[in-house]
Design a protein around this ligand. Structure first.
Ligand code: SAH
Length: 221
């Protein structure tokens, strides 16, 4: 990424970015904080240079290793869900990928933790986030089905950016009281965006829209 244009020109210009933001708003993203952050975070720096001209289309794009950067609408929607129900200090993300969602979270939450199971993606994301001077982010190369390693601390928010067929117990255990977790759940037929809230009377599950994510995989790569 070194030497690449942060400001953006042509298909990565502020005008092109603003068009994406208008589109997200039309599609139902109402949270101005989310829209403002997505206007500012340079998505084109998170994809290969050859794909930079498509970075402000509302579409997922390949990031190598069989993985994708999530569609902007999905990033906006998941982030908006995490901002519901009052103040949150810490967020754990499972699936750093290129680090774009991580960067968006870093502008909205005081402490962001993110884990990735593919070492090359972890390394790239680490470099990018450092270049963007996002110092409130901690990354780990680890299997996210185990949550953040060796920690008794619980997170106010958890976001999973890969689809699971079973909700990992370790993640439920690391969700704070009053906490919110959003994840794509795969029932074997299709995937549903799911919001889990840990309320006074236990966990509440809400099924939202149908989605398409890469699968949550076990182990390291
Ligand atoms: N938020 C990312 C999404 C990347 S796709 C972005 O916008 O770029 C999902 C990511 O989850 C992939 O990078 C994949 O390697 C990772 N992943 C899948 N299973 C995982 C696991 N068990 N632990 C950690 N990361 C995982």
């Amino acid at each position: 990424m070194s030497g690449r244009n942060h400001q953006g020109i042509g298909m990565t210009s502020q005008r092109t970015r603003d068009r994406l933001i208008r589109r997200l708003r039309q599609q139902g993203i109402q949270n101005d904080q989310v829209l403002d952050v997505m206007r500012r975070v340079p998505r084109h720096l998170f994809v290969d240079e050859a794909l930079a001209h498509r970075a402000y289309e509302d579409t997922a794009l390949p990031i190598g290793y069989g993985q994708t950067i999530s569609q902007p609408f999905i990033v906006a929607h998941m982030t908006q869900l995490l901002l519901e129900d009052g103040n949150a200090n810490s967020v754990l993300e499972i699936g750093t990928g290129c680090g774009y969602q991580t960067a968006v979270l870093a502008k909205l939450f005081p402490q962001v933790y993110s884990v990735e199971r593919i070492e090359a993606l972890y390394q790239q994301a680490k470099q990018r986030l450092a270049e963007l001077e996002l110092y409130n982010v901690q990354l780990r190369y680890t299997d996210g089905t185990e949550g953040w390693p060796n920690l008794s601390y619980r997170f106010d928010r958890i976001i999973m950016t890969a689809a699971c067929t079973e909700i990992p117990e370790a993640l439920i255990a690391q969700l704070n009281d009053g906490g919110i977790m959003v994840l794509p759940f795969d029932n074997g037929i299709d995937q549903t965006m799911t919001k889990i809230t840990r309320g006074r009377n236990g966990l509440v599950y809400e099924a939202l829209e149908k989605v398409a994510f890469v699968p949550l995989l076990p182990g390291l790569n």
